[in-house]
Design a protein around this ligand. Structure first.
Ligand SMILES: [Zn+2]
Length: 822
């Protein structure tokens, strides 16, 4: 094609115009005719002009050929120059060459985990795209390594200016005539670097020219050392490995700077044909070629005879293990979560689109300092392998395994462990129920959507008496009483504490009614980082649906629900005096030059005042310690715990969300396709995990707010007791809000001092009840139209609204009083 086109053009050109005019002039000069019509002279009078005409024709033909040759030359030259210009411009535009020191290449990303014993971050896992590459600086490369590559790949490297013309001419000839074997590229190290950088394997002349231009450019702008450094960091060394550092790790379980002479030679031996000379798969090939490398090094005076002899006699110790280079075929749920978190943060911070952010993640050469705690994760993984905890039967589809997930955080937003499902994980970035599957939160919604905001706005206190009675709602034009409780009937005026302990349904609904569902919604979305709630959307039938209503805010009957991760982060505020940290799996991401790319903010949102959070903490401790506590099964030692159970309508979902002074976690149990469960307890799973996690941890108390006080309240009014109140119980109050009993006039009682190190409160039981499910007594409708099927427990027959005295921890003690309030 290349030769045909100009020839065709020249021929056409000559014949149709130039040759004709040539003939005309010729005849004009000879004067044989008077400017006769050329056509007649040329064609019709041929016989008459005879010999002379033939001579002219010969001359004309010679001229034509000469002209043709000239024109071919000129046009070819133009084409070559033009093509060259295109390539040169293309090359100038190529940003890759602007700065070799800031190579925009694909580098492997590494995840680090803090070793708590040494307080050092250790390499945990590497993640990469197509190229697995870790940068190593020139001064960290042994001289033998540099010498070995130069000796075998480009012995005149330090003399030429990017191109070894002798070899290049040979290579050029090779493109047309098959002189050498196929891979004899004739490329210098500089040219090979160009190939590594561009992925442009110059097999065609034009590309070869561009490669030469680029190599010359590199030589003009960079030192030989930088070129060699970049070359050794970009060379492909089989197994998807790029560069000598990952190759040293993989083949020899070493860093580059630890390589011996024979190992250096073994790597240099691979440069020509990495697969063929792999020391792990083709040790004989490698041995032959590395001995050649060594002999070339000897010949070029880079090593002594003694060094040569020793290296040739040395056995190569090849490790070749994925484990060494921290590669994992299937990522853990934690690593999956981390990948998503970093990619999302890149999108948020740098406005990348998803594809670009993802490419950056795998190829950015990032160092990611993760929040993973290996001990906690190990405990979580072990418990999830204990089948006896997941012995739940599916009624509709027998044999379907029950699913579960759990997130564990510290109190600064760090996810220390996460599990997104049960069973063997077989694919990367598979469904992670802890982060991707919002489920109905049931009663776990009550503290965050009803009690905490109401406390925050001083609409209630620890002991406010609220009517346990249904409200009247209209459904399809018909009035009905709603909601039901897990126990039969209603108990009338009940203190907030008791309502939480027993997971009463009517009271949070009344609180949200008073607060307004909008305020609850705003509290959840604005202060507690919940993102899965629906403000307004159209369903399939075109109806507008929303979570801004009593059923969703009061009882957790949401459109979609919440995730384990969201609930964990929201509940963390009850264990750290009200600070909301956005849950994260990484602390910091830096690039390979240690520039900070992403950093987790250390500034929390003040979700609620610390006194509110502290009172909530005490209220939620009664769920575990109270006589009728629905979360009593969570208790695993004398470690103080706050928490809340959740059971949704027809027992489709079981939850336990709770925390110790060390960690907070949310455990969900249910079927992927929601259906009724019998047996199983999220509370028990939570307990088993936390028990393991806390084995070595000292019992301590939650941080206390100085603006919270322990007081007696009047059981008949729920207000703070005075000297004349006949019946009292204990509770926790904000020092700034102490509404005194108005029924029994008298002097407000002083703060109750908690005695340290005295005996435990009598209802603080350390043994967990055996029957798990029956202790999660709440069962709420998911919508206002639902019928509540109560799976209430034996405690429902108790009629008195007794106050199960709340304990804060075993280091605090008080005389628990159980008095009838009338
Ligand atoms: Zn009173």
């Amino acid at each position: 094609m290349r030769n045909e086109r100009p020839r065709w053009q020249v021929g056409k050109f000559t014949r149709s115009r130039r040759s004709d005019s040539y003939s005309l002039n010729k005849f004009a000069k000879n004067g044989s005719t008077d400017n006769g019509v050329p056509i007649s002279i040329y064609s019709k009078n041929g016989a008459k002009t005879g010999k002379r005409k033939r001579k002219n024709t010969v001359l004309a033909n010679i001229g034509r050929v000469l002209l043709s040759v000239m024109l071919i030359g000129i046009i070819t030259a133009c084409l070559v120059v033009g093509a060259f210009a295109v390539y040169v411009f293309g090359f100038v535009d190529d940003k890759i060459y602007e700065d070799l020191n800031q190579l925009k290449l694909d580098f492997t990303t590494t995840v680090y985990v803090l070793n708590k014993e040494t307080n050092q971050y250790e390499e945990y896992q590497r993640l990469h795209g197509q190229d697995n590459r870790i940068w190593v600086d020139f001064d960290q490369m042994p001289q033998h390594l540099k010498d070995a590559f130069v000796a075998v790949e480009d012995k005149r490297f330090y003399e030429h200016t990017g191109v070894d013309w002798k070899r290049t001419l040979g290579a050029f000839a090779n493109m047309f005539i098959d002189l050498y074997s196929s891979n004899q590229g004739g490329s210098t190290i500089t040219q090979q670097l160009v190939k590594n950088l561009t992925g442009d394997n110059a097999q065609r002349p034009m590309r070869k020219i561009r490669e030469i231009m680029r190599a010359r450019y590199l030589e003009e702008n960079y030192s030989k050392d930088i070129i060699l450094e970049c070359y050794l960091n970009t060379i492909a060394l089989a197994n998807g490995i790029c560069g000598v550092e990952v190759a040293s790790n993989f083949y020899f379980d070493k860093h580059t700077n630890e390589l011996t002479l024979v190992e250096c030679a073994a790597l240099a031996a691979m440069a020509k044909e990495p697969e063929r000379y792999r020391p792990d798969k083709n040790p004989e090939n490698n041995k032959q070629r590395r001995n050649l490398v060594l002999s070339l090094m000897l010949e070029q005076g880079k090593i002594s005879q003694a060094e040569y002899d020793e290296a040739v006699a040395t056995e190569l110790n090849v490790v070749a293990s994925r484990e060494v280079i921290k590669e994992v075929e299937v990522n853990s749920y934690f690593v999956d979560t981390l990948i998503n978190d970093v990619i999302n943060a890149l999108i948020e911070e740098y406005n990348y689109d998803k594809t670009y952010a993802s490419k950056n993640f795998y190829n950015g050469g990032y160092k990611i300092y993760s929040t993973l705690d290996l001990n906690v994760q190990k405990a979580l993984d072990e418990v999830y392998k204990n089948d006896s905890l997941f012995n739940v039967k599916s009624k509709k589809k027998p044999g379907t395994p029950v699913q579960s997930c759990m997130t564990i955080m510290d109190y600064e937003g760090h996810i220390v462990a996460i599990i997104g499902g049960r069973g063997e994980k077989t694919v990367n970035r598979s469904l992670n129920r802890a982060t991707d599957s919002p489920r109905q939160p049931g009663s776990t919604m009550k503290p965050i959507a009803a009690y905490a905001p109401a406390l925050e706005y001083n609409l209630i206190t620890y002991s406010s008496l609220i009517e346990d009675a249904p409200i009247t709602i209209k459904e399809n034009g018909v009035s009905k009483k709603w909601p039901k409780n897990a126990y039969s009937g209603y108990r009338g005026l009940t203190p907030v504490q008791n309502a939480i302990e027993r997971s009463v349904n009517t009271i949070p609904v009344r609180i949200v009614q008073n607060l307004t569902p909008r305020k609850s919604f705003d509290f959840l979305t604005g202060k507690l980082g919940i993102t899965t709630l629906v403000e307004s959307m159209k369903n399939e039938n075109g109806e507008t649906i929303t979570d801004i209503n009593l059923a969703a805010m009061g009882l957790g009957g949401c459109v979609y629900g919440l995730t384990s991760r969201e609930l964990t982060a929201a509940y963390a505020t009850f264990g750290n005096l009200g600070k909301y940290y956005r849950p994260t799996t990484f602390i910091k991401v830096v690039d390979q030059h240690d520039n900070v790319i992403l950093e987790q903010s250390t500034n929390p949102v003040v979700a609620m005042s610390e006194d509110t959070a502290c009172v909530m903490n005490h209220l939620l401790q009664t769920v575990i310690n109270g006589q009728y506590g629905t979360g009593r099964a969570a208790k695993f030692s004398s470690m103080p715990i706050y928490g809340k159970t959740g059971t949704t309508n027809d027992t489709f979902d079981l939850w336990f969300v709770g925390g110790t002074p060390y960690y907070v976690g949310a455990c969900w149990l249910g079927f992927d396709e929601p259906e009724e469960m019998s047996g199983g307890s999220a509370t028990r799973i939570w307990r088993e995990v936390m028990k393991k996690v806390h084995e070595e941890l000292e019992v301590k108390d939650f941080p206390q707010s100085e603006f919270v006080t322990y007081r007696k309240y009047c059981t008949s009014t729920g207000l703070l007791a005075t000297t004349s109140c006949p019946s009292t119980s204990y509770g926790w109050y904000k020092t700034t809000y102490l509404p005194a009993c108005t029924k029994h006039k008298g002097k407000l009682l002083d703060e109750v001092k908690i005695q340290e190190n005295s005996s435990k409160p009598k209802n603080d039981t350390t043994s967990a009840p055996e029957d798990q499910t029956s202790n999660e007594t709440s069962s709420e409708p998911t919508t206002t139209s639902s019928n509540v099927s109560s799976n209430s427990d034996a405690t429902t027959s108790e009629n008195s609204s007794s106050s199960a005295g709340s304990s804060s921890s075993n280091t605090q003690s008080y005389q628990s009083e159980l008095e009838n309030s009338e």
